[in-house]
Ligand binder design. Structure first.
Ligand SMILES: C[S@@+](CC[C@H](N)C(=O)[O-])C[C@H]1O[C@@H](n2cnc3c(N)ncnc32)[C@H](O)[C@@H]1O
Length: 360
């Protein structure tokens, strides 16, 4: 995990001083305080949520100027700051939220994330624990707490994945393609095209197909007779279905699906999916069985320099190339092709990853 050089001293945050900062920001956005119509400001936020973040930030500050303890504005502003990498600002807003709404788990959850990103894992774990006390059945909180505590966890829980992506489905493509310059799917299609011997491809299994970005890119460039998509999230699958490119779509855990494959595939792909699975052994072992001889398993992972795999504070795993090579050898895949790529942006920086193809 990336830690900041300078640790943020959150104990020094003075909420009153911060509110004055908020007021100055309102002025900077030049929003006229009259008439103070909070519902209208929220309506504009909803309309412009993805397209105009500056307007959203501006309106949130404006609402907080009129109503400093407004729950929705504090929560949304703190979440927005996390999405846009404004860590210290968002952390301060979450602290204000936790001060005003002591028993609301959301602000403590956000604080857990902020402290984690700011490099203070102890404070992060403390906040996640407090959030868990307030919301004891939350699988997501248990998972994030384990990440903050650096516990060895093999895989993200299914409930965590379904919740995350069911909520994300509507904005996923705009967010990934426009804001984060996501390109794993394009990179994998182009890498595969260098190697696949013939077209049309008979069958391709797209595991964790999401909204169908990979399938869309592949079918634009290569003819494929049978394209099967599998995902845990119902809402992501609905988006895939709208693309009308998959021959079959299944709502299932991908390892369970692999275990049931009777007719082997020519290609199996996972783009930006193994970031939710630490222990890759079940995926690699079962993919081997589900591939035709000579078939390809293609995937992307976030890069880890050494060791095997590591769970980060953002709930995503990174994997090392040496770990993947070990598994490649253990499960007797013939050849391994790999290259380092920029997967997407995170807070303005490239996220380094590996593009990997294993040939059976
Ligand atoms: C970041 S998205 C990537 C989607 C798509 N492959 C792409 O490149 O845009 C990760 C997807 O993997 C799915 N996923 C994660 N773990 C899974 C699992 N164990 N079984 C099935 N789907 C899973 C999620 O529901 C989500 O749709």
């Amino acid at each position: 995990m990336k830690t900041l050089q300078l640790k943020f001293d959150y104990s020094r945050v003075n909420p009153v001083r911060w509110l004055n900062v908020l007021k100055q920001k309102v002025k900077a956005f030049d929003i006229k305080p009259n008439p103070p119509v909070i519902p209208e400001l929220f309506a504009a936020i909803e309309k412009n949520y993805e397209a105009d973040p500056a307007l959203v930030f501006g309106n949130l500050y404006k609402i907080l100027e009129i109503s400093p303890q407004n729950y929705e504005a504090l929560l949304m502003l703190s979440e927005m700051c996390l999405n846009y990498g404004k860590m210290q600002e968002g952390c301060t807003v979450a602290l204000l939220g936790a001060k005003h709404y002591k028993n609301d788990f959301n602000f403590h959850k956000l604080l857990g994330s902020y402290f984690g990103y700011l490099g203070d894992l102890q404070a992060s774990a403390k906040s996640f624990k407090r959030a868990l006390e307030l919301n004891p059945n939350s699988i997501s909180l248990q998972y994030l707490l384990q990440a903050a505590q650096k516990k060895k966890v093999n895989i993200a829980p299914r409930e965590y994945i379904s919740n995350l992506f069911n909520n994300y489905a509507d904005t996923y493509e705009v967010s990934l393609l426009q804001n984060l310059e996501y390109k794993s799917h394009i990179e994998l299609v182009d890498y595969l095209r260098l190697l696949i011997p013939q077209e049309p491809v008979d069958s391709l299994l797209d595991l964790g197909c999401g909204t169908g970005l990979f399938g869309h890119e592949f079918t634009k460039k290569v003819e494929v007779k049978k394209l099967v998509g599998v995902d845990l999230s119902e809402n992501m699958l609905t988006k895939s279905k709208e693309k009308n490119i998959y021959t079959e779509l299944h709502q299932s855990d991908l390892i369970e699906y692999l275990q049931k494959v009777n007719t082997p595939f020519d290609i199996i792909t996972l783009t930006d999916v193994l970031v939710y699975i630490g222990d890759l052994e079940p995926v690699i072992a079962n993919s081997y069985k589900a591939l035709k001889p000579g078939g390809y398993l293609g995937f992307t992972v976030e890069a880890l320099d050494s060791g095997t795999y590591e769970l980060n504070i953002n709930g995503r795993y990174r994997h090392s190339l040496s770990y993947i090579t070990t598994l490649n050898n253990r499960y007797r895949f013939g050849k391994i092709y790999s290259k380092t790529i920029a997967l997407r942006k995170e807070y303005g920086n490239n996220v380094a990853g590996y593009l990997v193809l294993l040939q059976k």
